[in-house]
Design a protein. Structure first.
Length: 345
């Protein structure tokens, strides 16, 4: 890419929001509020933005986070397996991808990183080549409800049982809406469920609080990146899901439900209502996330007519670290062996 330069910045340059708006693959993770919130809440985290420019114009880039603990570093793009594929719409996407990969590889070497990850989720088009970062590539899956052809087309893709359940939910008087005041109750339900999931690491509550409150200086126009949607019956909370909103996508991050939610079809009612909300605001898709290899969860998401999208995650190796750093990486891997890291090729 003749004349292009790559810079590592503490904040995105002018034009970042326009870049998000112009890239059909943009996700909520590209909004700078997410990386900044992580840096403010998570110990040892520092937000950075790898940007590609040419002639003073911004043409691509991605946020990432450097984590420091004691004398060791990790590079995350992004933590919690949130997407970190570069923005870079147009015919120069592959060049932008290559430059960002080389620059992230340099950061890994300069910091002598113990590990980390680069999550290469991109809903369409080729994924970046992550070979510049030494490590292992695994594959994750996301279930995507396409909304770019309108909510009526999405409704026709629902299976018959799901449509029946949604009609029943409306007849039962279930109510859907944004419900940030229900955060503590929703989070408690989520924790109670997630204790049964081997290796699961809950998102810190304080991080969620920050994401639900957009600061006045937010580049996203004052709109929060976090949206807590709930379904209630007679005022009682049945289920709630925290979504991340931005770019062309609404992403379901975590949820919590009561036992009664199942028989009342509350969970599918919440997801479908969220899809209607997203479509009305011009989002191109609702990302229901992965299923962690659970067949029942995969079947539930297929019932929405969701498209299964497979994408790579590069687990950064400790080759650039010291001998002690490599020992730390080995110990960390042993402690986290129950966490789902994706499937092989």
């Amino acid at each position: 890419m003749s004349g292009a330069i790559v810079r590592c910045l503490e904040a995105p340059p002018q034009g970042w929001e326009s870049l998000i708006a112009s890239d059909p693959g943009a996700t909520p993770s590209h909004r700078p509020e997410l990386a900044w919130s992580m840096a403010a809440v998570l110990p040892g985290m520092t937000a950075r933005f790898m940007v590609v420019e040419q002639g003073g114009a911004l043409i691509g880039g991605t946020p990432f986070v450097i984590e420091r603990r004691a004398s060791f570093c990790w590079v995350h793009a992004l933590p919690f397996l949130l997407p970190g594929a570069p923005l870079g719409p147009g015919p120069r996407r592959a060049e932008v991808d290559a430059l960002v990969a080389e620059a992230l590889g340099a950061v890994v070497r300069e910091t002598r990183a113990v590990g980390g990850e680069w999550v290469l989720y991109r809903p369409s088009g080729p994924e970046p080549d992550a070979a510049a970062l030494a490590g292992e590539t695994r594959f994750l899956e996301a279930s995507l409800i396409e909304l770019d052809r309108g909510i009526e087309a999405a409704w026709r893709r629902l299976d018959r049982d799901t449509r029946y359940g949604l009609r029943r939910a409306r007849l039962e008087g279930l109510r859907f809406g944004q419900d940030p005041e229900a955060l503590e109750e929703s989070y408690a339900l989520h924790l109670a469920q997630s204790r049964r999931w081997p290796g699961h690491r809950p998102v810190p509550l304080e991080l969620v609080r920050r994401l639900l409150q957009a600061p006045p200086e937010s580049p996203g126009g004052g709109e929060p990146i976090g949206r807590l949607f709930s379904v209630r019956a007679g005022g009682r909370l049945l289920t709630a899901t925290l979504f991340l909103d931005g770019g062309r996508e609404l992403f379901a991050w975590w949820s919590g439900s009561r036992e009664a939610a199942r028989s009342l079809h509350a969970v599918p009612f919440l997801y479908w209502s969220a899809a209607e909300w997203a479509a009305a605001r011009g989002r191109a898709r609702l990302n229901l996330g992965g299923s962690g290899g659970k067949a029942s969860l995969e079947a539930f998401k297929r019932s929405f007519g969701a498209r299964l999208h497979r994408y790579p995650v590069r687990w950064i190796g400790a080759g650039a670290s010291s001998w002690l750093g490599r020992k730390v990486a080995g110990l960390q891997g042993a402690m986290r062996k129950q966490r789902f890291r994706g499937e092989g090729r």
